[in-house]
Ligand binder design. Sequence first.
Ligand code: FAD
Ligand code: SF4
Length: 347
Amino acid sequence: MTVLVVGAGPAGLAAAHALARVGEPVTLVDKAQRLGGAPILSGYAKLIPSGEWARDAIGGMVRRVQEAALVRVATTTTVSAFEGEPGRFTARLSDGASVPCAAAILCTGFTHFDSINKPEWGFGTYADVVTTTQVEQMISSGQGVRCPSDGRKPERVAILLCVGSRDRQIGREWCSKVCCTVSANLAMEIREELPQCHVYIYYMDIRTFGLNEDLYYWRSQEEFKVKYIKARIAEVTSDGNRLVVKGEDTLVKRPITIPFDLVVHAVGMDPNVDNRALAEVFGVGLQHHGYLARGSAYAGMALSTRPGVFVAGAATGPETIDDSIAQGEAAAIAALGVVRTSAVQAA
Ligand SMILES: Cc1cc2nc3c(=O)[nH]c(=O)nc-3n(C[C@H](O)[C@H](O)[C@H](O)COP(=O)(O)OP(=O)(O)OC[C@H]3O[C@@H](n4cnc5c(N)ncnc54)[C@H](O)[C@@H]3O)c2cc1C
Ligand code: SF4
């Protein structure tokens, strides 16, 4: 019997591929028109830590699944009802189709933080305040990094870290894990494209975790001359000519006011806006920030709070692509366990 995989980002693509590879049929549904999740839908450029273009790396995962005879793909589709028990579930899809399935894997990912919720930092007020996803798109489209207001090449760029993460004032108490490394990577990309451009990164702490410390944090400073400022940012305004970032340098405890052409918000990973609806349809729990809850930390990493329904990737909290892929594969093996057990019971 088929396994239902909901969400075709890195986690869902990995789960679908892993199941098809061992001969299990999969129904893969995604609400978007295209497969690939955030790296494809948001047009990411070169990924950390591999340096591969997202369209090649994740595009390859998409093709592998599209070519798998055992994977039935339904795009612009959601699941409207889900009933039954492990080995004998039925999912009703938004196109009216009914899908009998032995297990389900929820790989529904995250929602990018909407910077409009941090109005004092200028997004939505000034055209030249943008997000990391917009800079990723400028690079991946081949357009190059430009000021949206008039298309000029910026001479001074500020990247503000932790926008929509680690911010109790707006109810976001988590670290989004990837944005320090992604920002250091983007800073180097900008310096490579525009060698005359000065790039500053405003930070609370730097979390270029694991092996990314020398490749991104140190390399960006030593080879690419990116400047790091430990600061508390008060506001982003304009002097009529340039954007102005005002705040306090928390190392020397002095106010700082620096002009820039382009200000970039390193946006965090919010819980998917659909999570309440998904929790209701699939009968699974949410953790206290609104991500899908894991059933256990150690007994099986893909467990949700409902037997036979598994979870993987950024649906469960901020995750990197490689960890999302690992979790998708872990969920596939857990779902395979249900398929095999139910087949033995039915025999
Ligand atoms: C600016 C930025 C840059 C990043 N760059 C990197 C990087 O270089 N390297 C790295 O390792 N990580 C990076 N990340 C993190 C990366 O985006 C995630 O690790 C990855 O996308 C998680 O994959 P996923 O499959 O779990 O979720 P997603 O990629 O979010 O995919 C979820 C899929 O589920 C679908 N979906 C959602 N809700 C529903 C629903 N209700 N019904 C049906 N389908 C649904 C969506 O359409 C989507 O296709 C970055 C994050 C940000 C914010
Ligand atoms: S990874 Fe860095 S920028 Fe992102 S939330 Fe954590 S500390 Fe902030």
